[in-house]
Design a binder for this molecule. Structure first.
Ligand code: SF4
Length: 693
């Protein structure tokens, strides 16, 4: 322990982990962080924080940081430490050579939800205005892309409806596929406060998460549905609403469209709780009681996580929840709504900034001539009207040989994406992989160029949290690498013939505001003055919009969409009789690249496999035994922990450690609309490892 003495300055900034977006005061002595103190006036956290955020500064000064650019011709070569000039020249030259040889569409980029809005914006701008295609995607592809699709189809905008504060007015909270005490701890505290005041909780989750029963909080209903049956369950809830006369007819008549067709669909006998009981495994009378509780609440609020989106019907489920909220009039005021709990600090922002291959900033389709012309006049470049490749398409095209080079901004796709063997094959097949990151992560093993990235303590810009709140990220020290990430991208663009003439990220935000209507009123100056704003921030709403769809939906009328349940093709078999589902723990964050390099790692140094006592006994597995986890695509080894939190037949693990590599076993299955991977349902076998096995 180094005693740094008393702090002599303070910088207000934002946590770089989860989608809560807590504000912190970094107390500094010189260029060293003495401690991080949650800010009392932080809009998202009001003086609270979790263990991840408080110790986050540890990874910024970790000796594993890559501080100088590294280059190699082949991935079997040793890395060469080179100057920034040489690394940038090499990158730009190779990108152009590959395009000249293999075509305009042979290169692309992935943006990061851990980078600032400004850093993300310049990457998608580079792809569209310099690469000349729309081959840009975001790591949100593998988490909340169904949220973007489903909420846009039903409400007209790809974002949650409420601010966090709104939960204080909820009477019934329907929590689906989320574990906020581990994933979003500061928001979980707000939710628990409301539950202690008397609000009722309904949990839809195969696993008995802490909120089902914890000190002073007990859920009114826990419906432990079988993995992959969300849509059958939400349809059963809606069936009860429609057939028992619980719909808010006035709201529906005034605010929505598509009711008749949807109501006829949802009232069909196959959607009744009794009909889906065999599918979900949850008794029909429990479903009826829970549905009545939500539907008759003065204010019913839905909160959800990746247990909704990471399924073959992720987008369908998002629309199913939107249908239920509209049918019961639970939209457009305090205490209600449909609210995604976003995983990463800037997953909302990375999507807002045009990281999808079919959408320019502000979720506007690339085929829209008027929208393209706005960006073409500002960027001085022609933009292709053709959507580009999604991440899975990039991988498939790399194996086919048509996609040859990838720029990866702060994402460890070799560990985080499903079906690891397929991802590794795709990366190995590419002529050029450029990784911009803090560490030599798993993806860097396949890279030809490693451009050192900056930690949140060195960044200057904005993050947008799960409630659409745009927070300032202020640098507490200059970049340890010598270059900001937006400068790196601008330097590559310049070398490829199209300079970006920014001198400061505030100018990038000014460009975003000038081209993207929902950000029209956002500037660094305003954020410094008012603290934070929630988009849309426009002339009509100069201080932002905490609650959306108050008087009308963004698309005009809310749209009911029939949501037919289609079972996943991933079924347990004699060879793979169990179902694996995955999640997070409190002290670790995603693939652990950051938290494993802080004091947090001491608490959970490995991923564990949770298995029900019955399934463990059948296999002769005891607490702490090493087990082999296998699926039809791969296998890995990890230690078992026996727990009745899981139903019989379902096992659970986390994906924080590369040595375990849970994604070695997850498959290529994905959401029908967005290709979000089906991480939550994998047929597996678990066997006790014996000596030499
Ligand atoms: Fe807040 Fe999330 Fe950071 Fe914890 S990890 S301090 S909840 S933003």
């Amino acid at each position: 322990v180094v005693d740094l003495g008393m702090p002599n300055r303070t910088v207000l900034t934002t946590c770089a982990y989860c989608g809560v977006g807590c504000s912190f005061k970094a107390e500094m002595r010189g260029n060293e962080v003495v401690r991080m103190v949650p800010a009392k006036d932080g809009g998202a956290n009001e003086g609270h924080s979790c263990v991840k955020g408080r110790f986050a500064f540890g990874y910024a000064s970790h000796p594993d940081r890559v501080l100088n650019p590294l280059v190699r011709e082949r991935i079997t070569d040793e890395w060469r430490e080179v100057s920034w000039e040489e690394a940038l020249d090499f990158t730009a030259r190779r990108l152009r050579e590959i395009q000249d040889e293999h075509g305009v569409g042979s290169i692309g980029a992935i943006t990061s939800s851990r980078c600032t809005n400004e850093e993300v914006y310049v990457v998608q701008k580079m792809v569209r205005s310099v690469f000349g295609n729309n081959n840009v995607d975001t790591c949100a592809r593998v988490c909340h892309s169904p949220t973007g699709y489903g909420l846009k189809q039903t409400f007209g905008t790809s974002a949650g409806t409420q601010d966090f504060r709104s939960v204080a007015a909820a009477d019934v909270i329907l929590l689906i596929g989320a574990n906020p005490t581990d994933g979003h701890p500061v928001f979980a505290s707000r939710m628990k406060r409301r539950l202690r005041e008397g609000a009722k909780l309904i949990v839809l989750d195969p696993r008995r998460i802490d909120l089902v029963r914890s000190p002073h909080v007990e859920a009114a209903h826990h419906l432990p549905l079988a993995p992959g049956t969300n849509v059958a369950m939400i349809n059963a809830f809606a069936h009860v609403v429609v057939t028992e006369g619980l719909a808010d007819e006035a709201f529906v008549a005034e605010r929505c469209e598509g009711w008749s067709e949807w109501a006829e669909f949802i009232a069909r006998p196959e959607n009744a709780p009794e009909a889906v009981e065999e599918i979900t495994g949850v008794p029909a009378d429990q479903v009826r009681e829970a549905a009545r509780l939500y539907a008759t609440a003065p204010n019913g609020a839905i909160y959800y996580g990746l247990g909704v989106t990471e399924h073959s019907q992720g987008s369908t489920m998002v629309m199913g929840m939107a249908n239920l909220a509209m049918a019961t009039g639970n939209i457009g005021r305090d205490g209600v709504g449909v609210n995604p709990l976003r995983g990463q600090n800037n997953v909302q922002g990375s999507c807002d900034m045009g990281s999808f291959p079919h959408e320019l900033p502000g979720y506007r389709h690339v085929s829209d001539d008027a929208v393209r012309s706005v960006f073409e006049s500002v960027w001085g470049a022609t933009i292709s009207p053709e959507p580009g490749l999604r991440i899975p398409n990039m991988f498939d095209s790399a194996i086919d040989g048509s996609f040859r080079a990838l720029f990866v901004q702060g994402e460890d796709i070799a560990q985080s994406d499903p079906n690891t063997a397929h991802v590794h094959a795709a990366l190995s097949a590419m002529d050029l992989v450029v990784v911009q990151d803090l560490f030599r992560n798993e993806t860097a093993s396949f890279a030809h160029v490693l451009l050192p990235g900056t930690s949140f303590l060195e960044k200057d810009g904005t993050f947008t949290n799960a409630e659409r709140r745009i927070n300032r990220v202020r640098p507490v020290m200059p970049p340890r690498t010598g270059m900001h990430e937006w400068e790196i991208v601008a330097a590559i663009a310049e070398r490829m013939g199209r300079p970006m003439s920014y001198t400061h990220p505030r100018e990038i935000m000014a460009e975003i505001a000038s081209t993207t209507p929902t950000f029209a009123g956002v500037s660094f100056e305003k954020l410094d003055e008012v603290g934070s704003v929630q988009w849309p921030c426009t002339d009509a709403a100069p201080t932002g919009t905490p609650i959306m769809h108050e008087d009308g939906f963004v698309r005009g009328k809310g749209r009911f969409v029939p949501t037919t349940y289609v079972p996943t093709s991933e079924r347990s078999t004699r060879r793979f009789p169990l179902v694996l589902t995955t999640g997070r723990i409190l002290s670790q964050y995603n693939v652990g690249a950051q938290t494993r390099r802080t004091g947090n790692v001491a608490w959970h140094p490995e991923d564990l496999l949770e298995i029900h006592p019955h399934d463990a006994e059948e296999r002769g597995i005891g607490e702490g035994d090493e087990v082999r986890l296998s699926s039809r695509v791969g296998d890995t080894t990890l230690r078992a922990t026996i727990s009745d939190r899981m139903p019989v037949g379902v096992v659970y693990t986390t994906f924080h450690h590369p040595t375990t590599g849970a994604n070695v076993v997850t498959t290529e299955n994905s959401d029908w609309a967005t290709n979000c991977p089906e991480y939550k349902v994998t047929a597996v076998q678990v066997q006790l490892r014996t000596g030499g096995d």
